[in-house]
Structure formats: C-alpha cells, structure tokens
Design a protein around this ligand. Structure first.
Ligand SMILES: [Zn+2]
Length: 248
C-alpha cells in the first residue's frame, strides 16, 4: 500500500503533486492531515504563517496592517486536480458530520468560492450546484435571481475561505431574499480555510463550521503589533514572498 501522506510531505515541487500523486491520493478515499494539506498550499506559494520567532519577518497587508499569516486559496484552487482533491477532503468531513442526509443544493459565493463549491457538490453527490453573484449596481451586495430553490430542498453553503461571518451571512441573506420559496439551509457551513482572528469558533449563528484547514490569523495596526515591537521586519507578501517565507 502506498503512503500518499508521506509522499505528499516529501514532494519537492508542485509538479510532483500534479503528476498523478494528488489524483491517486484522492482516489484512495483517505483523510489527509492538516499538515499535509498545508504542505500542498506551501508548494503553491499560497500559505505562510509566522512561527513566533521575532527574528523572522512578518507580513504587511494591502490595508497597511501587520499580520502573522497569509492565505491565497486561488493559487491552489486554480489547479483543477488540487481543487478536486481538497473538495473531496471537505466532502469526507461533511459526510462524517451529516451522514446520509440528502444535499440538494451546494451553493458557493463569488468569485473564488464558485468553482470550489461546484467540486464539493460533485464529491458530495449533491444534485445541484449554484452560486450567488456580485450585484454590479450595489457594492458589497449579492444577487440570487437566476434559479429557484423549491420547498423541501436542502441547501449546503460552501466557502473557500472564512475570515469573518460577513460574506457567509451575506450569501445566506441574499438567497433568502431572492428566492420565491422559504429556504432550508443545513445547519453547517463547509470551508476550505477557516482563518478567524481568534480561535476557537465552532459556529456562525446556528450553522456549525466544518473546515479542512483552521488557523488563527490576526491583523493589527503596526503601532499595536507585537511582532513590530519585538523588532520583526515587515514585508509585503506578494512582492517579497521569498524573503517572507525564507524560500530563497
Ligand atoms: Zn507588525
């Protein structure tokens, strides 16, 4: 029996994953550890966490705030094989919680969450997959007006990334408001990366979080930043990825 977890942990490059390894790992139907999933993010240059050592640099966000971590799910999910693999990992976790409960709809949010939710729908055996879309006329608002969820159908919401409850609540409110019938949401939210400023958070409202990866990622003004205070250098992640991650 091949040990796919070990093979992924020892992979040297993204190529190693994409030449069969990750597909075979998916077909094995096994769970993989968070460490192993983060190794995949790392090979895509899509993830970094500060390790607490103030001699190591930390991240400056576009907002000007300091942070101890950085995730960019699109850099992983743009690879269809990786999206399929991660969708299956999330589907396994969801099935562990909901058993054989029928899932009629899987719904994602724009933009990054749409294709991922579609892959999760397939992995879960859901009947339908769709998405809310951005409202071009109202900033931060979304639309649900292209398809109809009928009464008694169940809906599972999927996100690729959760930092706060804002987007996920917005999606739910948009669907309830736009759909002509009452909507039956399952009491769970499935997410690839759950990265609130403070853990543990096990639910948002009446929906419990089911996450593949969970990390506490904070952001703060430089004057309140513990890492700045200890002399850690600041880098913008996208421009200085090698320096920030030590991959040089
Ligand atoms: Zn700082």
């Amino acid at each position: 029996m091949r040990d796919y977890e070990k093979e992924i942990m020892e992979a040297q490059s993204l190529k190693d994953l994409l030449f069969g390894l990750v597909n075979n790992a998916r077909l094995s139907g096994k769970f993989f550890s968070e460490k192993c999933i983060l190794k995949i993010f790392d090979l895509c240059n899509a993830y970094w966490m500060h390790n607490g050592d103030s001699k190591k640099p930390h991240a400056k966000l576009t907002s000007g705030k300091c942070s101890n971590g950085f995730f960019n799910c699109l850099e992983v999910l743009k690879y269809q094989q990786l999206s399929d693999f991660l969708a299956q990992q999330l589907a396994l976790l969801i099935r562990e919680r909901i058993g054989n409960t029928k899932v009629d709809w899987v719904i994602g949010s724009p933009m990054a969450g749409i294709t991922f939710a579609h892959d999760v729908a397939r992995a879960l055996g859901a009947t339908k997959s769709f998405f809310t879309e951005k409202d071009p006329n109202r900033s931060k608002k979304m639309l649900w007006n292209r398809v109809v969820i009928y009464e008694k159908e169940t809906v599972l919401q999927i996100e690729e990334l959760i930092t706060t409850a804002q987007t996920l609540n917005n999606v739910q409110e948009t669907i309830i408001e736009g759909n002509p019938y009452p909507v039956n949401f399952l009491p769970f939210i499935g997410v690839l990366v759950h990265r609130p400023a403070k853990l543990p958070i096990s639910e948002y409202g009446d929906r419990k979080v089911i996450a593949v990866v969970e990390k506490e990622v904070w952001a703060t003004e430089p004057e309140d930043c513990p890492l700045c205070r200890e002399g850690s250098i600041l880098y913008r992640p996208k421009q200085n990825w090698e320096k920030l991650t030590g991959k040089q």
